[in-house]
Design a binder for this molecule. Structure first.
Ligand code: MIG
Length: 818
């Protein structure tokens, strides 16, 4: 029909032309070319199988369905039957798990099935849908996959539209500064330097094209692995449709089955990787500012921490440490002897982290520029001009980090910094940001690991490849030591190379709220090691806001205070009483809980669990939980609800089902409901799941300040069985990759007359401390004796009725008997 109308229109134009001109080419071949319109898949005629790949064609376009694992099926579209070469920065190696799968055909559809998922390809219209093993349709096309040719650049705009159910909710997508549930929103992925961003501003610094849908209690994920500018619509334009599309590249997505959100996140980690174990010190408190200089100022800040007895591990040098903002140089006026300074800071327990930007000053007397120029490492425009733009150093050129040779070179440039003793590198401005223009023009060319592309294709992965080059370089240079890296820009998989912070936020209560959501969302989107600029980058927090932010930051996987240069002093003691003492108490709490956070990090690294978990991730079957965004758990044992309003003396907190202990009062509370918790400035609501074993270190001013002589085990009584884990290793080497670590499992089970704690261990590491100090909380009876591996041990009972005793770290079983 549509074609007929078009032909008639063409005919009409031709007739008019004929009337106007006396002469024309009767056989002009261009007359037959149709105008560009959206094209849809036709009808699939047949199916071909090649190993774990299945091909369906409408005689022109082709669709490939790849079975990756029981849970994961990938779909690709080739508009004219030719697929792009397989390459992905997000999924470096697509490993197919050995599983059983099969193709079936009947009169209405083709079906590719694993034991958990079936992908249906409907014969009538090429609709693709997915169902689980109980036959629930979880995802279904609303129109066939479609595309539109791009005349200017070549290739296609590619589109996928699925149905959106009435009560379907959506989560994920990285750092979007909006409500946790993305239902009703339209969002875009295009890495952007967004100074002082606002609620609902889009896009920001990162592109994570991965979302999770929850409908009728069942979760599935879609990972649209396409690096071009990409768009998502979650029932915004049409409440019955969910769409994702991109300005180029391939329509390629992974369908990831749940049924739980946690399963989806774990499978997404299986595809894109997890964060390597950070050095333990990186989980401590970090102090940053734009900028601490000269050296005397840095020292003064460092001393301030030790004098105020506020723990701190990381201190940052922002762009002013450089000579005219030239990367890999020092301003010798401010820092005459960086090696000596870094050494002295290290002796006082501070690790120095320095910033690095991608812009390299055009300056023939500057070795980094000269090397890059001679080796043709800088990005060029389509007509071969260099990509030049202004950033901090002035006129700059930019390394093409998508070229493996450039990454190798960049990584090596850190040699001197590492020799000076620098422990971590902060990668900024890598969206990439350019003053005035915002970013690179579309026509900049990139090597793209041999797969070539314009900036349209490379923009969203540029920053990730920069921090990858940084991380891989540091890893080589630091030998067996774990490097610490942090980045502003990123794409799916950036977690394999770096932690992230949420960029230039604002000192406001609204941003405290936003930060809470952003961290949960990042954690759901593969990026667990994340944090906000505590206190807000621009603007002035008052003491209350700063303290509430420190309290939330205590439970951010990455904890750093940072502020712009035009703001007032912003250290944890800057606001005086009563704030300093409260800030200290919370930063100390951070250090007490380090072994718990470190073990949670191991669960992330090794098993693909996120560190922060939103309430919906724990109880997705309950619709009201799809809209909870204040409270979250930190690991799986501690629930936290930051205070997000000024002057708030009490607030509502939802506790998931089960029994919870108030962390401060030890009061036992039933979950599955909201409770009201007092929130004077000194505290925020923190609850511990009954049955947990929470390991605790003594407070230290920095990691490694003292030898740990004893680890405290806080054991919360429960009348059901609960497992807890403790991970221990050297904390700063890669020995864990050779299995030199210890994974301890504690099983706690309580009855009315006895509480049993069992310990089992796996691994080759031996911690240096000898004993545990047990603190038993919530015991519902007075003990008559404590048997540890069959021996009677002495104990005491404190004012909170907690039972305390000491025993060897190698214990197998402890019984506390009524
Ligand atoms: O154009 O290096 O987000 O954390 O302090 C601003 C100076 C550049 C932006 C970063 C911010 C950093 C600042 N940078």
């Amino acid at each position: 029909m549509e074609e007929n109308i078009l032909n008639q229109e063409l005919l009409a134009t031709r007739l008019i032309e004929e009337e106007e001109e006396e002469f024309h080419h009767l056989n002009n071949p261009a007359d037959g070319i149709k105008p560009i319109i959206k094209k849809y898949l036709g009808v699939p005629t047949h199916a071909d199988q090649q190993g774990n790949k299945f091909y369906f064609s409408d005689t022109d376009a082709k669709v490939e369905v790849t079975v990756v694992s029981d849970e994961i099926i990938r779909v690709r579209l080739a508009p004219h039957g030719v697929f792009l070469e397989e390459f992905s920065y997000a999924v470096p190696k697509l490993e197919q798990k050995a599983i059983v799968f099969a193709l079936h055909e009947d009169t209405s559809e083709f079906r590719v099935s694993t034991s958990l998922v079936t992908c249906h390809i409907r014969k009538e219209d090429f609709f693709i849908s997915f169902s689980d093993s109980q036959g629930h349709i979880t995802s279904s096309d609303a129109v066939p996959m479609h595309w539109e040719e791009n005349v200017q650049f070549g290739g296609y705009y590619v589109y996928c539209t699925k149905t959106c159910a009435e009560q379907e909710s959506f989560f994920g997508l990285g750092d979007k500064p909006t409500e946790l549930n993305l239902r009703g929103k339209r969002l875009k992925n295009w890495n952007t330097d967004a100074y002082s961003f606002a609620w609902n501003q889009d896009p920001l610094y990162r592109s994570i094209p991965f979302y999770i849908s929850v409908n009728e209690g069942i979760a599935h994920g879609i990972f649209f692995d396409n690096t071009f500018k990409a768009h998502f619509d979650f029932g915004a334009e049409d409440a019955t449709k969910t769409s994702f599309w991109a300005d180029g590249g391939e329509l390629q997505y992974y369908y990831i089955h749940g049924p739980h959100m946690m399963d989806v996140v774990k499978s997404y980690h299986y595809l894109t990787g997890t964060h390597p174990m950070p050095p333990l010190w990186a989980l401590g408190y970090h102090q940053c500012r734009w900028s601490y200089y000269p050296e005397a100022k840095v020292k003064k800040i460092a001393n301030g921490f030790r004098e105020n007895k506020i723990p701190c591990d990381g201190i940052y040098l922002d762009i002013d440490y450089m000579d005219g903002y030239r990367c890999f140089t020092w301003n010798r006026k401010y820092f005459p002897d960086p090696k000596k300074m870094i050494k002295e800071l290290a002796a006082d327990g501070f690790k120095t982290v320095v910033i690095i930007d991608p812009g390299i000053r055009v300056d023939d007397n500057y070795s980094v520029f000269k090397e890059g120029k001679e080796n043709r490492y800088f990005c060029r425009r389509c007509d071969d001009y260099f990509m030049e733009g202004h950033v901090w150093p002035g006129r700059c050129q930019f390394p093409d980090y998508t070229n493996p040779e450039v990454r190798e070179w960049w990584g090596g440039l850190f040699d001197e910094l590492v020799q000076l003793g620098v422990a971590g590198v902060w990668n900024d401005m890598n969206e990439p940001a350019v003053f005035g223009a915002g970013t690179f023009p579309d026509d900049v060319r990139h090597q793209y690991d041999g797969f070539r592309g314009s900036h349209r294709k490379a923009h969203n992965i540029y920053g990730m490849q920069m921090v990858r080059a940084t991380y891989e370089g540091l890893r080589k240079l630091m030998k067996n030591k774990r490097p610490f890296t942090i980045t502003r820009a990123g794409y799916s998989g950036v977690q394999r190379y770096s932690s992230v912070w949420t960029g230039d936020n604002v000192a406001s209560w609204e941003h405290l709220k936003l930060g809470n959501i952003q961290m949960q969302r990042l954690s759901t989107s593969g990026i667990s090691f994340c944090g906000t600029d505590i206190g807000g980058f621009s603007g002035e927090p008052d003491g209350e806001l700063f303290t509430r932010w420190i309290q939330m930051g205590t439970f951010s996987p990455f904890m750093r205070a940072h502020s712009a240069g035009d703001t007032k002093e912003r250290e944890p003691w800057s606001f005086g009483a009563p704030y300093t003492a409260i800030n200290r108490k919370f930063i100390e709490l951070r250090y007490r809980l380090l072994p718990y956070l470190y073990s949670t990090f191991w669960e992330h690294h090794r098993y693909g669990f996120p560190i922060l978990r939103s309430i919906v991730m724990q109880e997705q079957e309950e619709i009201s939980n799809h809209f909870r965004q204040d409270e979250f758990t930190y690991g799986d044992k501690i629930l936290v609800c930051p205070v997000l309003e000024p002057g708030q003396q009490a607030r509502k907190v939802y506790l998931p089902k089960g029994k919870w202990y108030n962390f401060w009062t030890y009061e036992l509370v039933d979950g599955g409901k909201e409770v009201v918790v007092p929130t004077p400035l000194e505290t925020i609501p923190i609850f511990v799941k009954a049955g947990s074993v929470i390991p605790e270190y003594p407070v230290m001013q920095y990691v490694g300040e003292k030898e740990i002589e004893e680890v405290k085990l806080n054991i919360y009584f429960s009348n059901y069985e609960v497992n807890s884990f403790l991970f221990e290793d050297y904390g700063e080497t890669f020995a864990y990759e050779q299995d030199i670590y210890l994974e301890k499992k504690f099983v706690v089970s309580g009855k009315s007359t006895v509480l049993t704690i069992q310990q089992s261990m796996e691994g080759l590491y031996t911690p240096r401390y000898e004993s545990y100090y047990f603190n038993i909380i919530g015991l519902p009876f007075a003990p008559s004796k404590i048997l540890a591996d069959g021996k009677d041990v002495p104990y005491s009972i404190d004012d909170n009725k907690c039972v305390e005793f000491k025993f060897t770290k190698n214990f197998k079983q402890i019984e506390i008997v009524k």
